[in-house]
Design a protein around this ligand. Sequence first.
Ligand code: SAM
Length: 203
Amino acid sequence: MVEEQLRARGIQSPAVLAVMGTVPRHYFVDPALPDDAYSDRPLPIGFEQTISQPYMVALMTELLNLQGTEQVLEVGTGSGYQTAVLAELTGSIVSLERIPELAMQAKERLARLGYRNVEVITGDGVQGYLPQAPYDRILVTAGATIVPPALYTQLKEGGVLVIPVGDRQQQTLLAVERHSKGWTQREICGCVFVPLIGEAPHP
Ligand code: SAM
């Protein structure tokens, strides 16, 4: 997975490549699909949701440029796999998941794997999470129609927000940076994510 799907496609960060090689992805995937755990695609995790393709997890993680001490907000815990990858690379994570059953399962998995720097909360990530704001990094792992305004304001100056934005069929992965005078954004690539629930409906 690391060599053929990540390094060969341009993921360069040694830290990200190392973590993607050690976090046990099969642990976060339906036990009925063990042979698929490291395949080059998203997989179903129930409730019409997916665990993202390994390349997309690595790309989004690399874009966050984590140095080991950041306070991170993740929107869309899903299986908890991306959360585990982040937990290996940063200080602390608040991860919001809208579906209580997924939040519970992810919380149990992450606890069993020994991650102590993660807090999984059932809640609506469109609102962000004010009690621990502002954040050095914010990662949204579901497709939004716009950048939710609360996430702009909960990002620290100097911080980075990575989010797929578009319609239901296709989104563009954006990397948004907050500066002293506002925000700038870069378009990274096209992508397809399940929709961010709770927003205005996709057009
Ligand atoms: N990163 C996850 C993983 O590694 O398994 C996959 C995330 S999945 C593509 C998107 C997740 O976002 C789903 O679990 C979905 O329930 C969640 N989600 C959608 N809208 C949300 C919202 N408004 N707040 C919190 N979570 C939301």
